[in-house]
Design a protein around this ligand. Sequence first.
Ligand code: BDR
Ligand code: CA
Length: 365
Amino acid sequence: MKTHGLLICALTIAFSLAAENALTAASKEKVILDTDMVDSFDDGVAMVILANAPDIELLGVTTVSGNSWVSEGVASALRQLDIEKQTSVPVASGLNLPLRSNRHELFSLERQVFGQGDDTWVGSFGYPDPGSWRKVYLERYGEEPRLAPIDQHAVNFIIDTVRAHPGEVTIAAIGPCGNLALAVRMAPDIVPLIKRVVYMGGSFFQTGNITPAAEFNFYFDPEAAKITVRSPFKEQTLVGLKVSEKVIFTRDHYDGILKTLGKSGQADLLRASFLGKSFEADPNFTFFVWDVISAAIIIDPTLIVKEEHSYIDVNDQYGLSYGQSLAFREKNPPMTQKANIVLDIDENRFWELLTDRKYWASARD
Ligand code: BDR
Ligand code: CA
C-alpha cells in the first residue's frame, strides 16, 4: 500500500514536470539558424547565445558556404554545440556553392573588375574546399567528433521544420541565402508559415565590405538573396552594415568576454581565432560582430533603438553592383517586400548580454 502511494506520488511529479517542460517549450521562441559557421566570432557566438538563451528553442542549425565551406561549418557547429552541451540540436549540411555557376573560379576576376570593399576577408572564395567535415574536425580539434550531422539536407530540414511548427519559426539567416532560397522555391507553402526572417545581410546606406557596392552575405549568392527578400514573408528584419559597423568590438569587450568565459572550451576557441590572435597582438585592434547582433535582437528585440521600414531588393545583374542591397523609401519596384532595416541598437545592453553567463553554458562548469 505504502509502495503504491509512493508510485502515484512519483508519477504525479513526473507528469507535472513533463507538462511544465512542454509548456515552457511551447512558450519559447523557435529558431532555425542558417549559417556560414565559424569558431567563436561571429557565427559561432551567434549560435552559442541562441542555443543557451532561456527563452529560445534552437530547433536546428543549417550550414551554407560563405564565411567557411559547408564541411568546415558543420565541424565547427558540432564542436561548439558539444562544448556547450547542446548535443540534441540537429546540424544539417546545406548548399556548398552559390546558385550562379563558377563563382569560385571567377572570384579573382570579379575582384579585378568589380573592386574591393572595406574588408580584405573573402571567406571560402579564397581557398579550396577541404571536402569532409570529419577530416576538418580531426585536423582542427585533434580528436574524433562525438556528434554528427543529421542525415537530411538543410533545405529539407528547413521545409519540414517550418511545416511542423506553422507560424512559429524564426529563421536567423546569418550567411548567404542559398538554403532558404531553395527551401521557398521547393516548398512555397512554407513562406506564409514562417514567423519572420532575421538576416545579417546588406549594405543599405553604406559602402560594401566585399565590393564597394555589396555586403559579403548578399554578394556571395545574390540570386538567392533576391529570391528570399522578394518572398512575401510575414516579417523580414535586416541587420546590415549600417548598424554592424557602428558596434565596435574593442579589447575591453574582448577581455570582458574572456573573463566571463573563464577556463571554458569557448575561451580556447576565442583565443585561437583570428580575432583572439589579433587582440593579443595589438590592444588597439578593433573588429565587427555582425551576426551576433542578429542573434541578440532575436533574444531581446528591445535592443533595437532605431529601424527603418522600406521596400528592399538585391541587385542580381552581373556587374559593378552585383549583390548590392537596395532600399526604396517611396516608389518601389513591383513585387518587392517591405522590411525592417535595423539602424541602431542599445550598445551597452548588447555588450552586457554578451558577458552574461546564462548565454555560455560551458563557462558555468
Ligand atoms: C557577414 O559575412 C560573414 O563573414 C559574417 O559572418 C557576416 O555574416 C558580414 O558581412
Ligand atoms: Ca555569417
